[in-house]
Design a protein. Structure first.
Length: 298
């Protein structure tokens, strides 16, 4: 196989059709393996997948579905797909995306420029076609404080206060980056062989950050290419479980610091407490706002 595409779904019925239609259109010239891993969806995700993929498996396109009997988390499900993949190139794609014409071929061409080209990422677009900032630097502990005290919002273009989210980068030019969003990533199998699977101690959030960190440490470059575009609708599955996702994201932030910030380890515990307090506050606010909205429309 030229390409293995791995898609993890969870209650993605509303968006997986568009994702698969766009993917199939873009791989018609490639020997392609499409692996879908469903994390025990409770909606019509599997029926939606079947409506698009039924009869589409051919000698050049192989489609398989892994049905998990429980939600094992994004990262573990992704690893299931990576283990079963056989393509020379691996394409990780969120179900809430639509691949635009020529994007995959552009990224494949980019990766063919040299052995050190380890990962290629496209420009993500919002549903209305506007640019969706998708590249970040690896976070440092101080970035928590800059976010918490609003300095990153007050000074969005600052290379200090908004260093992590790369506020000074307009996402219009090709460049080497540290961490593109994991919604859409393309890389050679040789990179996976050297770097390894994604770290399951990050169940959902920060697993892409951690893996990109290891890619860079292994000596590979990560390239952002704005001429390749993918629409990213921002997953509804996250919004469905907002409180749980807030807690998981903050906990993963702490796990990341424990793994990589080895100087002054006691500082990790201090920042961990800040993250815990912030998570609780955000969950409480979200619950109150959600209750108010519910009552106001009754």
């Amino acid at each position: 196989m030229d390409l293995s595409c791995i898609i993890v779904t969870y209650n993605s019925a509303g968006q997986i059709r568009g994702c698969l239609h766009s993917l199939l259109h873009n791989v018609s010239h490639l020997e392609t393996q499409i692996i879908l891993i469903d994390n025990n969806s409770t909606d019509d995700t599997l029926a939606a997948i079947s409506s698009v993929t039924e009869g589409k498996s051919t000698s050049s396109v192989q489609i398989s579905i892994i049905r998990n009997h429980e939600n094992v988390g994004f990262t573990r499900a992704l690893n299931q797909g990576l283990i079963q993949s056989s393509g020379s190139f691996l394409f990780i794609l969120n179900p809430d995306t639509e691949v635009r014409e020529g994007a995959i071929q552009t990224l494949l061409t980019l990766l063919g420029r040299g052995k050190k080209c380890g990962v290629a990422a496209p420009q993500l677009l919002n549903t209305n076609g506007t640019i969706q900032p998708s590249c970040r630097r690896f976070p440092h502990r101080n970035d928590i404080l800059f976010e918490l005290f609003g300095l990153s919002y007050l000074f969005p273009k600052s290379k200090r206060f908004n260093r992590w989210k790369m506020g000074a980068f307009d996402h219009r030019s090709a460049r080497s980056v540290e961490q593109p969003q994991g919604a859409c990533l393309l890389f050679p199998r040789s990179v996976l062989d050297k770097v390894g699977l994604w770290d399951e101690s990050f169940p959902m959030f920060f697993s892409d950050v951690d893996w990109c960190k290891r890619v860079k440490e292994a000596g590979f470059d990560i390239l952002f290419e704005p001429s390749a575009t993918v629409i990213h609708h921002r997953g509804s599955s996250i919004r469905q479980r907002r409180a749980q996702m807030i807690w998981t994201s903050h906990r993963s932030f702490y796990t990341y610091f424990k793994k990589y910030e080895r100087k002054f380890p006691v500082a990790n515990e201090i920042y961990g407490s800040i993250l815990w307090i912030t998570a609780v506050a955000r969950i409480v606010i979200f619950s109150l706002v959600g209750r108010w909205l519910h009552n106001s429309v009754r």
